[in-house]
Write a protein that binds this ligand. Sequence first.
Ligand SMILES: C[S@@+](CC[C@H](N)C(=O)[O-])C[C@H]1O[C@@H](n2cnc3c(N)ncnc32)[C@H](O)[C@@H]1O
Length: 702
Amino acid sequence: MDMVNERFFAYYKAQNIVPEENWSAFLAAIRSHLPTTFRVAGSRQTATTLNAAIQEIHVPALSNIDFEEQRIPPPVQLPWYPDGLAWQFNVPKKILRKQPEFKKFHSFLVHETETGNISRQEAVSMLPPLFLDVQPHHKVIDMCAAPGSKTAQLLEALHAQDTATATSIPSGLLIANDNDHKRTHLLIHQSARLPSPALMVTNLDASNYPSIKISQPTKTEGSKLGTLQFDRILCDVPCSGDGTIRKNIGIWKSWQPGDGNGLHGLQVRILQRAMNLLTRDGRIVYSTCSLNPVENEAVIAEALKLNPAFQLVDASSMLPELKRCSGLTTWRPSVDKVSMKSYGSYQEFQASDLDPNLKAKLNEGHFPPDEAEALNLPFCMRIYPHLQDSGGFFVAVLERKDRLLGPETQIREKKREAAPSCPGPEAKRPRLEDGAELGSSREATAAILEEGPSEVDTTPVDVAAIDETKTADSVTSDQGGRTKTEIAKSSGNESFKENPYTFLSPDDYILISCIERLKLRADFPSSNVLVRNPEGEPSRSLYLANDLVKNIIQHNDYARLRLTFAGTKILSKQEGGKGVDAQFRILGEGLPVVLPYLDPSSVISGDLASLKTMIKSYYPLCSSFEDPFKSTIENKENGTLIVKFLPEKTDNGSLTHELVLPLWKSNVSICLMIDKKAKSAMSSRLFGQDISPAGRKEEGLE
Ligand SMILES: C[S@@+](CC[C@H](N)C(=O)[O-])C[C@H]1O[C@@H](n2cnc3c(N)ncnc32)[C@H](O)[C@@H]1O
């Protein structure tokens, strides 16, 4: 492919995005292959252990490797990422497939990605959540969240107090929102790897995000209904995406100077809405993967002019190792595909002899404001590909000016620009970070699934529960006696087809039987257990939400919020468990959440030899285990069991920290209730190879 686009060159030279002397370095970088980057995810404790394994086992094994007479550099840590938890390597696919050590490392990455311990994410895309600085008590909203790579980082920050085996229940909240319904489901699928009782997913237009009611305690009246305001808001808005040109090389051909013009209005409205949803001491991070000032500084400037209570934050002392350039104070929008002419001011644009139809495509907000310096636009951050061999990116941090002053004052809701909620005719479809264009969700889904989430193991696991949300059309009623269709109509949401969430009574006999079976302690938050079906019956899956999520669900119409997901699934009905007292089984993703409430006597001890047997076969016979594990399971009642493995060394690997897993016991066999990809990853890590049935099949051994 010819990596040439004269319009692109002329436009960005006119913007002066980099000094003349750096232009050739910029050009060389955007024409070169983008290195692979990944982040060690999950709880801090697991992350540190896995990171140590990369440092102490993989990097030494990958050092001093020659391929076709060339020295291949090993992975290196991104210097700016906290605790060295993000890595970069630049090795051609051919080497990853053929060179034995790199092949081994690649399959380690694939396995760990599938289990959620590693997130393959562009380096620059990791930045916005870091600048947002989320704490476990924060109320956070990710306004344009799908497919969810930054949502995952935000969730991890909320869960900073998790341990290797147990999930904390943060007091804060994360709402992940996206207006594309299919993409919200992709996000939900991804976030199953990071189960959180503090997560809600909504499917709304961020530029018009509704006020959410919550019950707040008062000094005198007990409690009253108020409006939820967020401590942290991420606006990773839809954009033209030319910063991803190294990865999405089609941009070389398709790029036009007007690509960002039609998105500007929507971007301003999303940021403005965020400003109105922010608590006084809160913080907003606005980001795009576009280099275009019309989608970046122009949006910030316009939003600041409309909301003078806000200011840009000087974030130069945050992530000091990150190389960045200052935001622009002047730029030259263009609507011209032919002569490549651009204009330094709105006045100059209006005075030009352009066709009136073209003149209608830009308004004053697209152009640099007179007060660019006073607005501190240089505090915006531009990350260019040549600075540290990354993609191109833009980040700005905003806070309220009066954040440290006196009592809170509600900012006046500005009248929003009467612009259409869709980008204007000039607008191309916004490019999404994963490379797909908005609207082509099927391709986006396929692309992401290829890289990311693991399949559900349909053999022993939960197919029924997956279908649960698809029964939404059934005509049944909510607590107010309205049918789902009526609720949807009343909310102007005819097309919304998700099921409502209903909290179970702590006296519900199924809930009580699960609690008794698992011997959950009295402090288990049983009043926060909810189900997701129109009848409000515990017929399939039980979810757990934290207090804030419960508060929101109870005080808002779920259809108005287009609530697509909430909390985390902890228990599911085991169809094969008929005749067993408690037919519910604990889920792999729910176990870390429930673990802190389990009575130690309900957890059995296992050893790695037994684990090997459980991984090798789907339903190993109880009699195939060695004692003492054999007699332990033989003496247990049928149904859900939890098994704990202590750190131990094996011939080809080691278990470095405690591991707790869910089992299901039938009359003569047991089954390890985890995803088949999680089994494969665990097997490779503990036994040096994938001994699971799926792994053996892949290797042609079965
Ligand atoms: C740049 S992508 C977000 C990437 C995401 N933050 C991540 O890190 O995975 C922009 C997202 O905005 C969504 N979007 C577009 N218009 C929107 C709107 N008006 N309200 C909410 N989301 C919108 C798109 O569906 C897309 O998923």
